[in-house]
Design a protein around this ligand. Sequence first.
Ligand SMILES: *Cc1c(COP(=O)(O)O)cnc(C)c1O
Ligand SMILES: [Zn+2]
Length: 419
Amino acid sequence: MSFERALRCRECGREYELKPIFSCEFCFGPLEVAYDYDGIREAISTDSIERGPASLWRYAPLLPVDPQYKVDIGTGFTPLIRADRLAKRLGLDTLWLKNDTTNPTWSFKDRVVSMAIARARQFGFTAMACASTGNLANSVSAHSAAAGMEAFVFIPNDLEIGKVIGSAIYAPTLVMVEGNYDDVNRLCTELAGSRPWAFVNINVRPFYAEGSRTLSFEVAEQLGWRTPAHCVAPMASGSLFTKIWKGFQELHKVGLLADEPRIRMSGAQAAGCSPISTAFAQGTLNFVPQKPNTIARSLAIGNPADGYYALKVMEETGGGAEMATDEEIVEGIKLLAETEGIFAETAGGVTIACLQKLVASGAIRRDEETVAFITGGGLKTIEAVEGKLIEPVRVPANAEAFDAALAARQARLVGVGGA
Ligand SMILES: *Cc1c(COP(=O)(O)O)cnc(C)c1O
Ligand SMILES: [Zn+2]
């Protein structure tokens, strides 16, 4: 049971049969999955979804794969948290946080990998591969292990240790490439042509990318089958950002949302790798590639494959874009943790810092109900905040020493606050 119909070129509209291919033979445009929306409309209802499993597989008829091939380690249906304390700090009436740090490998990449590996199995592949900035590597490694498949995982050689160990633990063939992500991606694109592997973000990218739509399916369902006024999401390749928007529109197309969504979509990047946000600021749809230099490694794609489409979504929806410096990213991570109890990785810091700027500049109005997407967990990037937090109180194991140390600490904090 699956309602994928063909692959269609996003530029010229030519259609191809469902195969592990990713670009148009005629115009080199990217291919996207086309669906039989009438079939989906017949097969799905809010009731049928609500009776489904507490994972992204509750939306099976909307996914580009036969669910009998799924590798389910618990991805999706993550919490949507009402963030009143953070909203107040930022000057918003209503803010929700889509907390994707709770996925099996602690990032939203489990959503896209769920699609890629299931579709790869359906195609008959026995080995998975990926070019990754870190989180994708973790997710491909874990899902391949659970499926008993071989995995070839390529990462830049300067990644955070949490992301290296977070892949190595699942025993893939882990390849650390000298260079940045764009170098890794170039190598993998070359290898993809000659190896019998499902490269999740290369030859099965059209299927992989569809997984991000489950974020909007979940947000709409968790809001009671309605949409927010504004979404803020981080951008690396820009794929996630464009697919969130596509997902909301499709829910309307298949009859699950009464009204056509009117959502303004705003994107967040690190200042040290901001080709998309810079193009937005300059009022152009044609970004200039950059050489990344930021602590937000998971977003460090200097030549974003979907950058143009992300800019189109901003234009079409009346959204915006912002960028955050490394210092602002750290402040964003801390603000989110201290107000809402969610520890995000650097990409989450980017999102919160950019959200703050969008509200401050008036790009997001106070009364716009806003959803911010927190896409990865903080334990993978502890070096970003190490040494920048309030020091623990260190004491010998007796109560008098504790009382003395606590008094000294309080005096010190008051001193800092009052200075
Ligand atoms: C990969 C990633 C993104 C964005 O990915 P796109 O390439 O723009 O789809 C956002 N957040 C985290 C934590 C990621 O790992
Ligand atoms: Zn084409």
